[in-house]
Structures are given as C-alpha cells and as structure tokens.
Design a binder for this molecule. Structure first.
Ligand SMILES: Nc1ncnc2c1ncn2[C@@H]1O[C@H](COP(=O)(O)OP(=O)(O)OP(=O)(O)O)[C@@H](O)[C@H]1O
Ligand SMILES: O=c1[nH]cnc2c1ncn2[C@@H]1O[C@H](CO)[C@@H](O)[C@H]1O
Length: 432
C-alpha cells in the first residue's frame, strides 16, 4: 500500500513494512488490502469524428448511447473507411477506476465481470488485457463464448467524448461469479448503474448480489451513475437501490440534475446526502465537489477562504474527515469544492475517464484508511469510525490532481502514477 500523499506526518503509516509471505497476484482476503469492482467489460475504440458524424447515426453527444449490433457495425465500417480509428484501449467506467486505483495505490484490486474464454490477437479482449494493470486480479472473471463489449468512443474537436456501446457478451455476468468471501474482505466495492439498462440480462442480478454481500459484511459500497439518460430512464429504481445499499455516490452535474431535478450542484449534492454518506460530484471545467457527513464532535474548520454558492458558507467544515452518517451521534453535512488543478491542461484533446480518475483517488483514500485501521487499530486516527484517511478538502485536491493527469495523459486510464515529488499535493499545487 502506497500512501495517498505525504504530509508533515504526525501519524505513523507503515508503507514499507515487508509482507510476511511471498507475493502472489491473486488476492488473499485475509492478507491483502484491495478493492473490488464489478463492471461491464468494455474496450474503447477511439476515433476522432465531426459533429455531423454523430448526427448521421443519431448519437447523442456527450452521453453513452446503447446501439444494436447492426448500427455498431455500420459505425465501425464508416470509421475504418475514413481511417479515423486511433486506438483500442481498455475501458469500462469501473475497469478504468480500479485500474487507476491499482496504479495509484500500487496495490491489488479485483475485477468482477466477463472475459472472452478464447482470446485471439487483436480481439477486444486482447486489447483489454494488454491495457490493464497486472495488479488487477482477473481470476474471478466469468468466461464467455463471444466478445466483451465495444465502446466506440467518438471524440469531437472540442475534446468531448460520446459513446456508442455494442454490448457483445458483457451483460452475461451471473451470480455464480460473485464471490462472497472476496467482497467480504475488501476495503470497498465499486460498481456502476449501467447494468440497470440491460433489464432481463444476468448482470443486473449479479450487481445487486454483490451490493448485498458488501452491505452484509459492512464493506463500503460505491456506485457511479454512468450517464444522464440512464438516470432519467431508471430514476425510481436507482433511488431505491441507492437508499438500500449505497454509501458513496459518484456522478457528474448532468447526472446529479437527472437524479434530483436540481441544476445547482451544491443543492443537488445536499439533496443526495439525505440518502448516502458521501457524494462525489464532478463539474468538468468548474472542478469538483466532495460532500458528506461528519460527527458534530469531530468537525474541523477550514483555513481556506469561505465560499458561498447554492449554499451559504458551504466549505466551513471541509477539514473534517468523512464518516458514515449512521455512525455519527449528531451528523452534520460537509461540503468541499475545488477548481481544476492549475486550471486544467493547456490543451484538452479527450475528456474520457476524467471522472473515473477522480473516483479512483477517493477509493485510494478509503482503502488507505482501511489499511491503517487494520494495521494500527488503536491509532488516534481511528478514535471515531471514519470512512476515509484524509479530510474532504485533501481528498478533493487528490481527486482533482488525478483527473488532471488523465486529461494530460490523453487516455482514459493512468499509464503511470503521480510524480513522487508532488506526493504532498501541497507546495506545488497552484504553481505552473
Ligand atoms: N475542460 C476542463 N478543464 C479543466 N478541467 C477539467 C475539464 N473537464 C474536466 N476537468 C477535470 O476533470 C474532472 C472530471 O471531469 P468531468 O466532470 O468531465 O467528469 P465525467 O463527466 O464524469 O467524465 P467521464 O465520465 O469521462 O469519466 C473535473 O472535476 C475537472 O477536475
Ligand atoms: O454502458 C457502459 N457500461 C460500462 N462502461 C461504459 C458504458 N458506456 C461508457 N462506458 C465507459 O465509461 C468510461 C468513461 O467514464 C469509458 O472508458 C467507457 O468505456
């Protein structure tokens, strides 16, 4: 476990403690610190297109559009004819998130999903495996006869990404491939709302089963909302799922509005906090919000300038650490906001995966807390049942920094961690 950022440390964090056994790539629930992700396994086929191209195929810009096999073939044929496919890259919103987590934490994660049982050179499955960290344990994947999903990722000249998703066998994941013991030992379970749009496919029950296991074993459950029209179409079902099982909810501002009817991100986050412990809300060029709860006794006041927006003086307690609302004797809501790191990269060619990057940093902080608590249970860091190691404000900085790195690396997944010299995320923060 790598620490999420060096501070002028007060608390011992045993990052370099040698493991007592020889390392194995397979996750061992009683020995390892890891997170579990459940996803529709998808390879992103990246192509640069014009806005007219999207209109021709009736693809809604900025969203994830589900298309049938014929439309996917027609799009693929046209892209090949125009010679504009630039890359095949592993994707899937949760695949991206746990890969990034493993790169940041330099530690293990487990992927639950499907994989082609026979992988040929150049196939979607081949590209997926090639671009996934070796720290992502794939031993629990379900083999399927056909292809994994293909997410045709259409990048327009403004850097916006739009998906046309051809599902293949990605939704065949069944409950037999949801290992309770692996979920029970995890620092967190992370999944997405996308399986809800495949009613009648096994993956939906598999996802709910995984959430139930996590809930039963008190493992924090993290859900990311996917895309706006999915939220609009499945709002009631989603709300029920969120209220029953979800601790941390991640989304962008369009998805937040679809869920709450509120276009102001702070007011939307405030409403969602009535159902979950933590909300991560990314707002593109306006940065991100991290909101949650802490116990009144544990609250810590910020030394940053006080901000007002949809809520007055909203960041007053952003130096507090996130807690499960039910674990607070007197819960208070905490809100933190940050502008994009250094204003964002000078040129953004592709925004794909920036939100997934932010979530992976939050997961790193949650698992670092889990690791620290297992290793040094009587540390004052655990005087109350905190959900994360750092404060809301610090996690915001870290998440934002990781999003910047995704944008700067021009790929949906990190190919390397953050530079060591910047680990503190303090000194160099606003200097270009
Ligand atoms: N145009 C931009 N300029 C500067 N920073 C940006 C820009 N777009 C995104 N970011 C950074 O990336 C983070 C996440 O972006 P965004 O809100 O677009 O995520 P998203 O829509 O969930 O993305 P995805 O679903 O592709 O992962 C933002 O919080 C911000 O830090
Ligand atoms: O329907 C879907 N299911 C799972 N992942 C998806 C879907 N649509 C898009 N993405 C994934 O979202 C990532 C960026 O956040 C992309 O890498 C893409 O593969």
């Amino acid at each position: 476990m790598k620490f999420p950022g060096q501070r002028k440390i007060k608390h011992y964090f045993p990052v370099s403690q040698p493991k007592p056994v020889l390392p194995t790539s397979e996750v061992q629930p009683d020995k390892d610190t890891y997170i579990v992700g459940l996803d529709e396994t998808i390879v992103d086929v990246v192509a640069n297109v014009s806005d007219e191209f999207l209109n021709t195929f009736n693809i809604k810009k900025g969203l994830s559009n589900l298309v049938d096999a014929d439309t996917a073939s027609a799009i693929y044929k046209e892209l090949t004819a125009q010679g504009c496919i630039s890359d095949h890259f592993a994707g899937g919103t949760i695949g991206n998130t746990i890969h990034n987590y493993s790169v940041l934490a330099d530690d293990k994660s487990v992927l639950l999903g499907v994989m082609s049982a026979n992988i040929t050179l150049g196939s979607p499955a081949y590209h997926y495996i090639c671009h996934t960290s070796s720290k992502v344990d794939m031993n629990h994947l379900q083999g399927v006869p056909g292809d994994i999903g293909r997410g045709i990722t259409l990048i327009t000249s403004d850097g916006e990404r739009t998906f046309a998703i051809a599902p293949g066998d990605m939704d065949e994941l069944n409950t037999d491939h949801i290992p309770e013991n692996i979920i029970a030992g995890a620092a967190a379970l992370v999944t997405c709302a996308y399986p809800l749009r495949h009613q009648g496919k096994p993956i939906k029950s598999a996802m709910i089963e995984a959430l139930k296991y996590a809930h039963k074993h008190h493992v924090p459950t993290v859900l990311t909302l996917g895309t706006k029209h999915l939220v609009e179409e499945h709002k009631e079902e989603l709300l029920k799922l969120i209220k029953s099982y979800v601790s941390v909810l991640a989304m962008n501002e369009l998805e937040a509005e679809a869920l709450t009817g509120l276009s102001d991100p702070l007011q939307a986050a405030n409403a969602i906090l009535n159902h979950v412990d933590i909300v991560l809300l990314t707002v593109g060029p306006d940065g991100m919000y991290l909101c949650g709860h802490t116990d009144d006794e544990q609250k810590r006041e910020t030394t940053n300038p006080i901000k007002s927006g949809g809520l007055a003086d909203f960041n007053r307690w952003e130096f507090s650490r996130p807690m499960i609302r039910e674990a607070c004797s007197k819960p208070i809501k905490v809100f933190s906001h940050i502008d994009p790191y250094m204003g964002g990269p000078e040129k953004i060619r592709n925004t794909n995966g920036a939100g997934d990057g932010a979530l992976s940093a939050l997961l790193h902080d949650i698992s670092a807390n889990h690791f620290h608590k297992e290793t040094i249970p009587n540390s004052s860091k655990h005087s109350a049942p905190f959900l994360a190691y750092s404060s809301f404000a610090q996690i915001c900085k870290y998440s934002n920094r990781v999003s910047y790195e995704i944008l700067a690396q021009n790929a949906s997944r990190l190919s390397r961690g953050l530079p060591e010299r910047e680990d503190s995320l303090e000194e160099a923060y606003w200097e270009r």
